[in-house]
Design a protein around this ligand. Structure first.
Ligand code: TYC
Length: 102
């Protein structure tokens, strides 16, 4: 070797900013059969809501037909909606949670 030394240029900085994930709303649908207290219990357990918050969401769905519960990544929204709907089905209620892209 000739003894010359080269210094590598610093690697161009790559901005590794991940694409922002699409968010999905979990929506609670009203029905005529599921007891109000049961809906509140599911909201508290699956969505970790305080009692007053769960009561407000339940009443909004009851009065208006539907209410947005919370927003998550797609995977989390679908998993929570499915678990919450299954809670109702396990107790014989038609309680339904759906998901919708924001
Ligand atoms: N409408 C139901 C009743 O009168 C209560 C209810 C509220 C059910 C909200 C579902 O998403 C719901 N027993």
């Amino acid at each position: 070797m000739s003894g010359t030394h080269t210094i590598d240029a610093p690697a161009p900085e790559v901005k590794s900013r991940a694409a922002r994930p699409r968010l999905f709303k979990v929506i609670l649908l009203n029905d005529d059969f599921t007891p109000r207290e049961f809906v509140v219990g599911v909201l508290r357990r699956i969505f970790r809501m305080a009692d007053s918050e769960a009561l407000g969401v339940m009443l909004t769905a009851h009065r208006r037909g539907a209410c947005v519960v919370a927003v998550f990544t797609r995977e989390v929204a679908e998993e929570k909606a499915s678990r919450a709907t299954q809670r109702g089905a396990d107790s014989g209620h038609p309680l339904t949670f759906t998901t919708e892209s924001e």
